[in-house]
Design a protein around this ligand. Structure first.
Ligand code: PMP
Length: 281
């Protein structure tokens, strides 16, 4: 099994990170997950641009041009022969004696690895269950940082409740899932939280919004309430590994008539078309 360590393809066991790496000690770093279909990365440019934005917002300098990084990831995917799966990549602020201030002259640590995974076909067909939970995270959820404790605690609650995702709210306003964006459909209009500091601006969210515009599906990027969530005709999640995922039950209550709704179905279908266009699969 091969991984990428500081830009080189090496055996997994040769990739050793120091115990004082700032990613390990502080979660001081950023990451991306990119879906691979048919051996090709989907929306790679958007993910690598977001990585650059995350890096810039916490002052980590990525030592590669975006195109070079893309080529490196492509070489890893080809090396591992991954046809369907994901590539995970992360940069930390590097390895330095444990002190809070940013170390001077530490080089970022870069790891990337691939994983084989199919599409979650059954769940995409049947839909998933969610619970509501308070969003206790920090106020820069737009940065895709390694600090995921708030997200983990939320997701663990969902898992304990036998659900797939926790839908988070701040003061009764829905923000996002623990690892997905949340949208509702009411009277044919898709409503989703605006891209600001309270959510990660998901790449799948953006693909979904673009589809809405192309297909003439009305969209409102605005804050919506828990009450609106509970009264929605349809609820769906978006994310790199889940694409457009219907929610059929929320907090023990049926969403709509308990099966994936027509708008969600349409978005799923058009999302597939986008994947086929880019990756031919
Ligand atoms: N919000 C959070 C908190 C996430 O972790 C993710 C998954 N990366 C998303 C939204 C969805 O983003 P994307 O569509 O880029 O995977």
């Amino acid at each position: 099994e091969y991984v990428m360590f500081n830009g080189e393809i090496v055996e997994r066991k040769a990739a050793a990170v120091d115990i004082e790496d700032r990613g390990y000690q502080f979660g001081d770093g950023i990451y991306e997950v990119i879906r691979i279909y048919n051996g090709l990365m989907f929306t790679a440019e958007e993910h690598l641009q977001r990585l650059d934005e995350s890096a810039a917002s916490i002052g980590i300098e990525i030592p590669y041009a975006r195109e070079d990084l893309q080529i490196k990831l492509e070489s890893l995917i080809a090396h591992n022969g991954v046809r369907f799966g994901t590539v995970y990549l992360q940069f930390t602020r590097g390895n330095a004696p444990r002190k809070h201030p940013f170390p001077v002259g530490a080089a970022p640590t870069f790891v990337a690895y691939t994983r084989e995974a199919g599409r979650p076909e059954e769940k995409l067909q049947s839909g998933v269950k969610t619970i509501l939970i308070e969003d206790i995270r920090w106020l820069r959820c737009d940065i895709k940082s390694l600090n995921l404790l708030g997200n983990l605690l939320a997701n663990q609650k969902a898992a304990e409740a036998g659900c797939d995702e926790a839908i988070q709210h701040r003061d009764g306003k829905v923000t996002e899932g623990s690892h997905s964006n949340v949208s509702i459909v009411k009277g044919g209009t898709v409503i989703t939280h605006p891209a600001n500091n309270y959510i990660l601006n998901g790449i799948s969210r953006r693909v979904m919004l673009e589809i809405c515009r192309k297909e003439g599906i009305p969209v409102e990027e605005r804050v919506f309430s828990v009450a609106e969530l509970e009264a929605a005709d349809e609820v769906f999640l978006t994310g790199t590994t889940i694409e457009v995922m219907p929610v059929i039950e929320h907090d023990g209550r049926t969403v709509g008539n308990g099966v994936p709704g027509a708008v969600t179905r349409k978005l799923q279908q058009e999302f597939r078309t986008e994947i086929e266009k880019q990756c031919g699969a």
